[in-house]
Design a binder for this molecule. Structure first.
Ligand code: F0G
Length: 461
């Protein structure tokens, strides 16, 4: 028998600057949790040991990006960094026009205001919190048309971000194409567990929407991660580069919103990218009301430079393989230990199924919120609820949405933590799992009106 030699990958970088981490005692963490109302968003970052709250704006920049900061052209109008970013967006995403915004939701706000009329519908592959809220504030109603498998944490479908074409066409026929502002397509789908959409499905959605004259607005926040999944999972794409796959995905859409704080390896920034000149003109006008002049949109010149340079790095295969490889490393260790997580493992995060982790806690007692609290209490690791609290309330009935997915997200900042941090994270979750029967649910004692998960407060039952 011939022995198969193991050839590993490793991070394509080494560490140049370090930021010390603070460890706390269990007593300190208990107090911090009470003060934060059992909401990990309200913890002070100083009290956190390993911060896996989000991959948003938490990336480590490269020496090339830091060098770019020094080349910030902080002119109010026409900064050269804007033109550099415009060139990079045209090259890698293929859209003609660029409007920078302070972050993703700034772009969502603009496009929602421009394309959504009161009473419209916006179908999409599962909601995202800020995206849906901007659609609703503009008078629209979001309709989830993702495939059923996306709501099943045990389904191993390779492209759980796919749109169910039948659901989409049924909606268009029911309300009429003129009532559909656009189809909102995300890649990857955050709330489904960082799951990708396939190129084939996106192409089919393009064909269908063409027939009805409906636009596609792409949430390409993590489209580079999605491109990696297409390369490794979809037939016909094995030999394509990440950059080629990315460009092809964008070519099936009419415009895009971007939170650069994810894929683009920066700490702040976003943009709206468009092909239609008339929509661009309107957005270019609106951006000066809400964000800043159309050549900076709420950003400093140096931020735009870091984004342009980050984009060049983000499409490198070695980068994206190591990035997703780290998430898979943790996910596979949890699976080996029978922890119920969403399968397949997602691109930016691992999602623990809190309903299966805590079968004794009903959804109305916020099992995922309770689990995120417990993980913090055990070792100071910060994660986030993605379940009933994040889903919010139905704007017509006022009742909670009861999402099928009640998850805790363990999210990995890009290029930040080492494999040892990953191992400690796994040990913590196993520890909490060992005494899961003893853990109780929570009661919500304060609920803000918008995006409640950020600021809601809880008490232990
Ligand atoms: N779309 C997706 C898919 C996102 O994940 C986010 C942010 C946004 C849009 C909004 O962008 O934060 O720059 O305004 N997601 C963060 C997260 C908050 O933790 O998943 P933003």
């Amino acid at each position: 028998m011939s022995v198969q030699k193991r050839r590993s990958w490793a991070e394509p970088f080494k560490i140049k600057m370090v930021e010390p981490l603070k460890m706390t005692t269990r007593k300190e963490r208990e107090l911090a949790l009470i003060e934060a109302g059992y909401n990990t968003f309200l913890l002070k970052s100083e009290d956190v040991y390993i911060d896996l709250l989000t991959d948003s704006g938490t990336n480590a920049m490269s020496e090339n990006q830091w060098a770019g900061l020094m080349l910030g052209d902080e002119a109010y109008a026409g900064s050269k960094n804007y033109y550099h970013l415009e060139e990079a967006v045209q090259k890698y995403y293929g859209y003609k026009y660029l409007i920078p915004t302070h972050q993703g939701r700034g772009a969502e706000h603009l496009i929602s205001k421009i394309l959504i009329k009161n009473g419209d519908f916006i179908p999409g592959n599962m909601y995202f919190t800020t995206t849906r809220l901007h659609q609703e504030l503009a008078g629209g109603t979001f309709v989830d048309v993702i495939i059923d498998e996306a709501h099943d944490t045990t389904s191993e479908h390779h492209f759980k971000g796919n749109i169910d074409l039948q659901k989409l066409e049924d909606l268009i026929k029911r309300v009429g194409a003129e009532k559909v502002s656009y189809v909102s397509v995300a890649a990857t789908v955050n709330m489904a567990g960082g799951q990708p959409i396939s190129m084939k499905n996106l192409k089919q959605v393009r064909e269908l929407t063409h027939r009805y004259g409906i636009k596609i607005i792409f949430d390409m926040t993590r489209a580079i991660e999605n491109s990696y999944f297409i390369k490794v999972r979809e037939e016909g794409y094995q030999n394509g580069t990440i950059a080629e796959i990315l460009l092809e995905m964008c070519s099936y859409t009419d415009g895009a919103t971007m939170s650069a704080k994810k894929d683009l390896l920066v700490n702040i920034g976003g943009f709206l990218a468009l092909n239609d000149f008339e929509i661009f003109e309107e957005a270019r006008n609106l951006v000066v009301v809400y964000e800043g002049l159309h050549t900076y949109g709420g950003l400093a010149g140096r931020d735009m430079e870091a984004m342009a340079r980050g984009l060049e790095e983000a499409v490198q295969f070695d980068h994206i393989r190591a990035r997703i490889g780290q998430v898979e490393y943790v996910g596979n260790k949890l699976l080996d230990n029978n922890i119920p997580i969403v399968k397949p493992i997602g691109g930016h995060a691992i999602f623990i199924d809190a309903k299966r982790f805590f079968p004794h806690i009903p959804q109305i007692e916020f099992p995922a919120q309770a689990l995120a609290s417990e993980i913090y209490l055990d070792s100071g690791i910060r994660t986030m609820e993605r379940g009933i609290v994040s889903a919010g309330r139905n704007k017509d009935t006022g009742d909670h949405y009861y999402p099928k997915l009640e998850l805790v997200r363990i999210t990995f900042p890009r290029r930040v933590y080492t494999q040892a941090h990953c191992d400690i994270t796994v040990e913590t979750i196993l520890e909490v799992f060992d005494h899961r029967e003893k853990i109780k649910g929570l009661k919500m004692i304060y609920e803000p009106k918008y995006l409640r998960f950020f600021q809601a407060r809880f008490e232990r039952l």
